[in-house]
Design a protein around this ligand. Structure first.
Ligand SMILES: [Zn+2]
Ligand SMILES: [Zn+2]
Length: 146
């Protein structure tokens, strides 16, 4: 599955005029392996042989080429995910900064409503939901129990 995704990514990179180096392949492979929404630090922890500055620079490049999407919210550390994913929304934990994906296809109706109300040509929409994740809810309960 990961290999499949990687084979799909390589022509995508070439299309964008990007040289495929072993380092770039390794960084992207690591992001695929980590799933979810890793930070640069999370990626570096998996591949400590590549310097954090190199990882950061490549990630910036991937973002500018729309290979990765930057999620700038949460606890101040940007998180990243592959850009070519089905449309989904994010729920964020205000305590630990964890981000979880969920889908709610009905929300695309908001684009039709927005177009009707404003006559704008609509490209996309974004929404985040904020709360406390199950792990942090349990920790609060444990503390309360003391
Ligand atoms: Zn949490
Ligand atoms: Zn996501």
């Amino acid at each position: 599955m990961q290999k499949e995704q990687m084979t799909k990514l390589i022509p995508f990179l070439k299309e964008r005029g990007l040289r495929i180096t072993p380092q770039r392949t390794l960084i992207l492979q690591t992001i695929l392996t980590l799933k979810g929404h890793p930070t640069v630090e999370d990626i570096h922890r998996q591949i400590p042989q590549i310097s954090i500055a190199t990882i950061y620079n490549n990630i910036k490049l991937f973002v500018s080429l729309r290979i990765l999407k930057e999620l700038p919210y949460g606890n101040g550390l940007s998180k990243y995910e592959l850009a070519n994913q089905p449309n989904h929304y994010h729920i964020l934990c205000e305590s630990c900064g964890d981000i979880f994906d969920f889908n709610y296809p009905t929300l695309t109706q908001i684009e039709h409503v927005a177009r009707k109300l404003t006559q704008y040509q609509i490209f996309s929409h974004q929404m985040e939901v904020y709360g406390l994740c199950p792990t942090c809810q349990n920790e609060t309960k444990v503390k309360e129990g003391d």
